[in-house]
Every structure is written in C-alpha cells, then in structure tokens.
Design a protein around this ligand. Sequence first.
Ligand code: URA
Length: 288
Amino acid sequence: MSRTARVLDALGLGTVWIRRDRLAEIEAANAALAAEQMHDHAATAASPAPAQIAAEAVAPPAPVKRSPAPVVVIPNPAAKPVSSLKIEVVNDARTERIAGLDWAALQQEVAACTACALCHSRTQTVFGVGTLEADILVVGEAPGAEEDKRGEPFVGAAGKLLDNMLAAVGEKRGKQVFITNVLKCRPPGNRNPGVEEVAKCAPLLRRQIELLQPQVIFASGRFAIQTLLENDAPVGALRGKVHSYRHIPVVVSYHPAYLLRNLPDKAKAWRDLLLLQQAIASARANVS
Ligand code: URA
C-alpha cells in the first residue's frame, strides 16, 4: 500500500480511484445527491437534524423531481446567504469594544451575545476548544446540532473526520490546536450562515485570532475561507497555496462535512493537509 493510500485509509477515507472519463458523471451524481439532501433537510426541519449540509455543494442544486411533499422553507432572518457577497464587518461601538477585550472577557461576550437572532434558537454558544497556547487555529463554519448541545465545535461526524485529518499530520485538538467556527451559534436546521450573522460574529473571530496569535490558520470550508480571506472564489480555486490573514499563513481546504459526501475531493484534501503540515513546520521552525 502506498503512503497516500495508508494515510487515506487511516483517515477512514480509503483510496478513491475514479476513471477520468467518469468524473463528470460522478460529480453530477454528487450534485444531485446534495440537492436531494437539501430537499430532505428542508422537508424535515422539525425532526432531528441530519448531518450538516456543507457549504461547498459541488454545483448549484439541480431541481429534484418529487411527489408533492410539502417543502418547509427554513426562515433565514439574516436574509441573503453568504454566497457571492463580501462580508462587511461594521466598525461600530460594539466592534471597537470587542477589539479591546481580553480572553476571559471575550468568552463572556460570546456567551452573552444577542447581536443577531441566532441567540433565540441556540442552546448555548460555542466559543471554541483549545488553549491560548495553541499555535494552530482551525476555523470551521458554525455549530451543528451536536455542537449546540455540547458546547464544543466539531464533535459530530464531521468532527471525527477533522480529528482524523489532524491526526494524519500529527496534530490533536486541545493544547496546540484551537478549533472554532465563524459563527458561535447554531443556525436553525443547520442552514447556511447568513451574511449579517457572519458580519456580527466576525469581530469575535478577529479578536480570538488577535489574542491567540496562531502560527498557522487552517480554514475549513468556504464560509471560513470567505470570512478570513474576504474572497468569494470557490474552495477549489483557492486551495493549493498558502494565503495570509494579517500576516498569518492560512491553508484552506474543503469542509469535512462536504468531504464525507464527495469522494473525489478527498485526495485533494489530503494534499491540503500536506501543505498544512509544511506550513506548520516552517512556522514552528521560525519561532524556535
Ligand atoms: N461543522 C462546522 O463547521 N463546525 C462545527 O463545529 C461542526 C460542524
């Protein structure tokens, strides 16, 4: 077994062999599946939430022909989804105040936050996991049902994959790796974050980064990437190089929830992890 195959195996991903001439067909099938999941998700909004719908569905959902089951539209008070819009952090008194908070005060700020409507539906806020000593920061999208219940990011199925991905590059959540999300509250029904929600949460993430001063940031999925890099290009167009957020190296990749459903992109995610590993090694070499 090759080294890559062994690592993919350890990640629980297995090796994915796809004939080039079948790739388009498989991607189309994935897109249809994603559309179907979104449909199912909307139609069952009141029942236990299914796995979080990743932001990076491979293609705009194709219309799915179905029997006349009623589609329940999950209300999104934050209106426009984050798709092609730049997130604008409002430089108001709140943003200024947050910029001066220390770690403990920031935790309290998050716990008591009522800046957007998500405060009404959340069970609790999810600040992040890890310590101030962490030199790697992982940024995901938003808490899902399990995270909302437990108050810790990435504890569901996507979280298991994230843990495996970190383990594959010799890292572990906790002391050296701080994990957080763009949003600190769960969007109801696991819908995508809205522009205003991201804008309200952005000063909190910015302050977390200022206080943590990580050596490397791993941006997982398009919401994290878009928020940090202020770039709305697709993940596929941004991956493969090291970006920068306020002089901190940023490695980007697909969201684990997306990878769970999109086999062809798992090999690319492995290459992103190798890039992350290199970025971590060179950042650590520079500080020691
Ligand atoms: N997906 C995320 O982006 N974050 C979590 O905490 C859980 C799932």
